[in-house]
Design a protein around this ligand. Structure first.
Ligand code: ATP
Length: 234
């Protein structure tokens, strides 16, 4: 479904990604792992058109998308949930959800889709008229994910959805991601919470200093001695 072939990305003259390649097969959960500053956000921002790539190819559902605007990328069915969540704090939960349907592909059946989101996230139903800025961290993350789902993506890219959340909420977010995948949405997830991400993922890539240094199934990576030592503290 998503194929990234040797992309190179720069911030001005400083290279941040070197020949990064990865694949996400339809229906799977793929994790992109690495420590602070490894280049994870740079990689997904390059996939979703927020950052321009210097060379390489990003193919989604058979089409090259590396020259598309972020808006056109969402329209094609690829939606990113940013780490910062970027909710509209002064707007209600429901209004934030409605904004998720600004793309053409999502305009039909908007009310039904909002009801689906309330079924998936009952907390959002309870708080539907509350301002997004007054929600807890976990609720804000749920709203950011639900708003992304409103665009009816076939591939959802999540940038550190567990960031800043208490452990019990982290577990809930991981369950939600599994549930979304169970409903047919392919997932690319960026995480620093490596142990849980590997339990969830079908396949994973490790990014270090802007390069993919390891890849394998979730099980293979969690059994890998380098991953254990460097990332799992074992
Ligand atoms: P984190 O988990 O801390 O977000 P990350 O793996 O997502 O880390 P990136 O944010 O992609 O890492 O950063 C990769 C490299 O690019 C780092 O060296 C970072 O300092 C640099 N970088 C990121 N954003 C910019 C920017 N806007 N301008 C210049 N350099 C940047």
């Amino acid at each position: 479904m998503l194929l990234i072939d040797r992309i190179n990305v720069f911030y001005d003259s400083i290279q941040a990604l070197w020949d990064v390649s990865l694949e996400v097969a339809k229906g799977k959960i793929v994790a992109l792992l690495g420590s602070n500053g490894a280049g994870k956000s740079t990689t997904i921002n390059a996939i979703t058109g927020i950052l321009k790539i210097k060379s390489g190819v990003v193919k989604f559902a058979g089409h090259e998308i590396q020259n598309l605007s972020p808006h056109a990328v969402v329209e094609s069915g690829l939606c990113q949930i940013p780490e910062e969540r970027l909710l509209f704090a002064e707007m209600s939960v429901r209004e934030n959800l409605e904004l998720g349907t600004y793309v053409q592909r999502a305009r039909k059946g908007k009310s039904r889709k909002i009801e689906e989101m309330y079924e998936m996230f009952p907390r959002l139903l309870e708080r539907k008229n509350q301002k997004a800025g007054l929600l807890s961290g976990g609720e804000q993350q749920m709203l950011a994910i639900a708003r992304g789902l409103m665009s009816r993506p076939s591939l959802l890219v999540l940038d550190e959805p567990s960031f800043g959340l208490a452990p019990v909420l982290v577990d809930e977010i991981f369950k939600i991601v599994k549930n979304i995948n169970g409903q047919g949405v392919t997932i690319l997830i960026v995480e620093q919470n490596i142990y849980q991400a590997l339990e969830l993922a079908d396949y994973g890539y490790v990014l270090e200093n802007g390069r993919i240094t390891l890849q394998g199934t979730g099980h293979e990576l969690s059994e890998n001695s380098y991953v254990k030592e460097s990332y799992l503290g074992m």
